[in-house]
Write a protein that binds this ligand. Structure first.
Ligand SMILES: [Zn+2]
Length: 274
């Protein structure tokens, strides 16, 4: 499943090619994505200029010149692929093709159809049902140690579960939670409200560090993933603890351990994380 760094990589891949272009044609080959495409989808997009492309959690947001926003979620297996011209034939699972001035095509491809595309008005975006439930962005400057400390204080659930709770903080998936807790020397099972303010500050910085490192390396994922530029590949990042059970800790050489937490594997160093 694409995580925040992959989605941010997609956004950065699309923005230089699509920003400022006008949508000339929309081809819908399948409407029943995770939610059905709106009836007026094609008509609403045609003739609109893409002003800007941003991201909220794992949603790519294309801001149009009529104060509407095209919302895209890649679900489990979705990708947005750019082609320099309309392909002669489409692949199976190419569901929506957005053609822009200059011939550039943005193709939404999603074999499992857990992804979605929809439209919302710009001014209602924050209160939109997809976004109103979401916590703050981990990479925002406003997400600092003080704010994270307050969040952690409100729960006695394991700290790992709290930083992965999308209502409290978006975009910290299992891999990044494990890595950030290792960097911050915090045991993943610690009750969140037992994390000190000083530790919360280190953890907030660690979360930013692991997400930014993954964005720089083009995102990382365990599944097939197609970058928006169209080249398939894995972005296997070098993790310090994730997927490294029984291998030596990079700091103390003790063996990395794995436990199950809320149905997910947690990798950590029992010696370095307290
Ligand atoms: Zn260690």
């Amino acid at each position: 499943m694409p995580e925040l760094p992959e989605v941010e990589t997609v956004r950065r891949g699309l923005a230089p090619y699509l920003t400022g272009t006008t949508i000339t044609n929309v081809i819908v080959r399948r409407r029943d994505l995770r939610i059905a495409l709106p009836a007026n989808f094609e008509q609403s997009l045609k003739g609109r200029t893409i002003k800007d492309i941003s991201r909220r959690a794992k949603y790519v947001l294309m801001h149009l010149d009529n104060a509407q926003t095209l919302i895209v979620h890649l679900g489990m297996s979705g990708s947005l692929v750019l082609k320099e011209s309309l392909p002669d034939e489409f692949r199976k699972h190419d569901h929506v093709i957005i053609e822009c001035t200059g011939g550039m095509c943005c193709i939404f491809h999603d074999p499992r159809r857990f992804g979605l595309m929809t439209l919302a008005s710009e001014k209602n975006l924050a209160s939109h049902k997809l976004f109103s439930v979401l916590g703050p962005e981990p990479l925002d400057a406003a997400m600092n140690g003080k704010v994270l400390y307050k969040t952690l204080q409100s729960s006695k659930a394991p700290v790992k579960s709290v930083i992965m709770d999308q209502r409290k903080l978006v975009g910290v998936g299992n891999i990044y939670a494990c890595e950030a807790l290792f960097l911050a020397h915090i045991h993943p099972s610690r009750p969140a409200n037992a994390v000190t303010e000083k530790e919360a500050k280190i953890l907030a910085a660690a979360i930013k560090k692991v997400l930014e490192a993954a964005i720089v390396s083009g995102g990382s994922t365990l599944r097939d993933y197609v970058r928006s530029s169209g080249d398939a590949g894995y972005f296997q990042h070098h993790f310090k603890v994730y997927g490294r059970q029984k291998q030596p800790c990079t700091t103390c050489k003790n063996k990395i351990e794995v436990i199950r937490q809320a149905g997910r594997s947690t990798f950590f160093c029992v010696h370095c994380q307290k």
